[in-house]
Every structure is written in structure tokens, then in C-alpha cells.
Design a protein around this ligand. Structure first.
Ligand code: FAD
Length: 378
């Protein structure tokens, strides 16, 4: 059997490792965090509210004979020599899984860098500071920024959100639902400063582009992500936005058996079109991890991977008493309200031409089930 090295001990790395161990390969997972794979979504929601216990967030693992090299970052890789470098060691492989995910992006402005939220340690540090009466400034109004704002309000903090976009969560939801989410937050006491970039960070807040000075006890930045690709430099791969793969998660630009999974993988999904995209939704590390396991297994056996892979992207977000659920690629379409009201519980379809390409439900999760089959099935 072959030696497989997986770089990244998150959900995608775990699922790929399990698939390959299940085929009988020897698997080593290298992870720079010191934890076994754990669940990240609760870090901005119930876990941030209730106290962060990493042990309670660990995923169940199918195999106890996978080797874990934790607290160790891959610092380099030579595909030609089939070896992954960690500071003090080199790990040879027959097949490689790239599962190193993303990290939070920082705005390129001067001043002290604010806190971010990606890891359990980030959440623990933030939780300690979100005491009742403390003021929190959230820079960025995407899902994570909005979830932290909601959780902080529930913890009794004063919360201000600032973002360049005109509405919160505008990219995944569109302007109308974004405006509705803003109204929900305002009804819970959140103050917004939108449509403005940050000009400078300070220890106690920010200066916005129009000169407005916002101050807070705690500042957190949630403005998008950067793929963790640096350890792959020098191998002539397409690392323009994550790692480019084919539809079956095989990394393009090399003959060596290499696959990529999860947030870092940029792959075409024929459910929508042939454009490679990275998607940062929780269900995709599992789906791409399993598929990548099949693909790498075939390559290690000297066979051409076959099959059809059309995963349905799905995300959810919980804020106050609101549960958002989405299927497909809403960001690629124009929103159309089909049931309910923008400001209340509703279902919104996202149209590309006359095709439904995505859907979002506000407190309507059960009513969306049929979209899982329908979207992209034409
Ligand atoms: C706070 C938060 C809330 C979220 N909420 C939701 C939600 O409500 N709904 C939803 O759909 N999705 C949500 N997500 C997104 C979801 O958690 C991710 O899509 C998922 O965790 C991605 O898994 P992954 O395995 O690709 O990457 P990761 O889980 O990031 O795993 C990658 C691992 O590789 C490690 N690594 C990086 N570089 C190296 C290196 N050089 N060497 C070794 N290891 C390395 C990283 O430290 C990390 O441990 C949320 C994410 C966060 C952070």
C-alpha cells in the first residue's frame, strides 16, 4: 500500500484521510494547530456564547491508526521529490492531500492588527474579552462578522459593525435580504457604519475613510480570507486563488498524485458551469474530502479517476432567533422573493437568466429541502 501525506488537520483533511485509510493506505496528517480536527462554526455562535471547550468540538474519527503530526506546519514541499518539509523533518509520500484551508485576511491599512476568528484559540481569547458592558467593534459584515455581533449582543456587549459594503452579508444574500438582516441587528441594538472603508487601525478602534473615529474595548476584523498556499510555492501549480484542481479534485499542473480539498480547493462544479471556484461552506470539506480520496486512490493504483462530482454547496448562519439556510450559489444570481416578506421569514430564489441557481430561506429550512435536488439539475 502507498504512503499518503495530508497537510491540514481540519475537516477536509480528516475526511480525505479517512477515505484513504479505508482503502488500506498508510496515512499521516500534518497539522499546524495542536488539536485533532474540530468543528469551527460554533466558534462564532453557541460555543462563543457558552464558553469554548475544544474537546467538545472534536469530530468523531473513524480510524485510530492514522498518524497525526500536530503542532507542526508544513514549510515546503517538493512534488518532484515527493516530500513535504516540516521544520525539523521531511516526510516522503506517494500521494499528497492539500487540505491547509484558509486564514483570515487583514486589511492593508496601518496601525495595530485587530483580533480575528478562525481557531479555537482565537475564540477563547475573544470570549474572555466579551464581558457584559464591554464594547465591541466588528470590522466586516460578512457571515462571521454578523454572527459575532449577534453573539456579543447576547452576551451583553455594546456592538458596532463597520464595513465597506452597503449592507451586511450583501455578497451571499443580495441587497434586500442584507438590508433585512441589518434591520434585525438594529432591532437588537447593533449600530452600523456601512459603505466606508477603514483608513487606520488604533488600539481602541478605527478611523474610517471619511474621518469618522470609532472606538471600542475590543476590535475584531472579519474581512475575508487568504488561502494557506505558501508551503506549495516552487512547484509550478496554479495558486492564484487557492489550489486549482479538476472536477474530481486532482491538482492540475503536475503528474504527481496530488489532490486538494475543502476551503483551499478551486474546482469547477458542472452543477453550475465550468468555472473553477473556491467555496467556504462547511459541507464541502466532507464532500471534496471523500471525492478526493477516491481520486487519489485511483491515481495511486495507476488508474485514471472517473465519475461525476456535482456537490451542492450549502451554508447556514444563526443570528439571534434567525436561521439562514442556503443551497446552491446565490451570489451568482439575482434575488427574487418567492414566499414571505423580505423583512420576515421568507424564501428567496437567486436567478441566473431563467434558472434558479441558489436559494436562501430565513427560518424556512425545512421548506428548502426540495431545492437540494432541483438546483442545477436542468
Ligand atoms: C468562526 C467560523 C464560523 C463558521 N461558520 C460556518 C457556518 O455557519 N456555516 C458554514 O457553512 N460554514 C461555516 N464556517 C466555514 C467552515 O468552518 C469551513 O468551510 C471549514 O472549516 C473548512 O474546512 P477545511 O478543512 O477546508 O479547512 P480548515 O478547517 O481551516 O482546516 C485547515 C487546517 O490546516 C491547517 N494548516 C494551514 N496551513 C498549514 C500548514 N502549512 N501546515 C499544516 N497545517 C496547516 C490550518 O491551521 C487548519 O487547521 C465557519 C468558519 C469559521 C472560522
Amino acid at each position: 500500500m502507498a504512503q499518503v501525506v495530508v497537510v491540514g488537520a481540519g475537516l477536509g483533511g480528516l475526511r480525505a484521510a479517512e477515505a484513504l485509510r479505508g482503502q488500506g493506505h498508510d496515512v499521516m496528517v500534518i497539522g499546524d494547530e495542536r488539536h485533532l480536527p474540530y468543528n469551527r462554526p460554533p466558534l462564532s455562535k453557541e460555543s462563543l456564547k457558552g464558553g469554548v471547550e475544544v474537546e467538545g468540538l472534536h469530530f468523531r474519527r473513524k480510524h485510530d491508526d492514522i498518524d497525526w503530526r500536530l503542532g507542526a506546519a508544513a514549510t515546503g514541499c517538493s512534488l518532484a521529490s515527493r516530500v513535504v518539509m516540516v521544520d525539523d523533518a521531511a516526510y516522503p509520500f506517494d500521494g499528497l492531500v492539500i487540505a491547509s484551508g484558509i486564514r483570515p485576511r487583514h486589511l492593508p491599512v496601518s496601525g495595530p492588527q485587530p483580533a480575528v476568528l478562525r481557531t479555537a484559540e482565537d475564540a477563547l481569547a475573544l470570549r474572555d474579552r466579551l464581558t457584559p458592558g464591554a464594547s465591541l467593534l466588528v470590522v466586516g459584515a460578512g457571515c462571521i462578522g454578523c454572527e459575532v455581533a449577534a453573539t456579543a449582543r447576547q452576551l451583553g456587549c455594546e456592538v458596532t459593525v463597520t464595513a465597506y459594503d452597503a449592507e451586511p452579508m450583501m455578497r451571499p444574500l443580495g441587497a434586500q435580504l442584507g438590508a433585512a438582516m441589518k434591520a434585525h441587528h438594529e432591532a437588537h441594538g447593533v449600530t452600523f457604519h456601512l459603505g466606508q472603508g477603514v483608513a487606520e487601525f488604533h488600539d481602541d478602534g478605527v478611523t474610517l475613510a471619511d474621518g469618522t473615529r470609532l472606538t471600542a474595548d475590543v476590535v475584531i476584523e472579519a474581512v475575508g480570507s487568504v488561502p494557506n498556499v505558501e508551503w506549495l510555492h516552487g512547484n509550478d501549480l496554479d495558486l492564484a486563488d487557492g489550489v486549482l484542481t479538476d472536477n474530481l479534485m486532482r491538482v492540475l499542473g503536475t503528474d504527481v498524485p496530488v489532490v486538494a480539498v475543502g476551503d483551499i480547493a478551486r474546482f469547477p462544479n458542472p452543477r453550475f458551469d465550468d468555472v473553477p471556484r473556491r467555496i467556504e461552506h462547511w459541507n464541502l470539506p466532507t464532500e471534496t474530502g471523500k471525492r478526493a480520496g477516491q481520486t487519489l486512490g485511483a491515481l495511486l493504483a495507476g488508474e485514471e479517476p472517473t465519475g461525476d462530482f456535482r456537490p451542492m454547496p450549502a451554508f447556514w448562519s444563526d443570528q439571534y432567533d434567525i436561521s439562514l439556510q442556503s443551497y446552491g450559489q446565490p451570489a451568482l444570481g439575482e434575488p427574487t422573493l418567492i414566499d414571505g416578506e423580505w423583512s420576515g421569514d421568507c424564501i428567496v430564489e437567486y436567478m441566473r437568466g431563467d434558472e434558479v441557481i441558489g436559494v436562501v430561506g430565513v427560518n424556512r429550512t425545512k421548506d428548502l429541502m426540495h431545492y437540494r435536488q432541483e438546483i442545477g439539475s436542468a
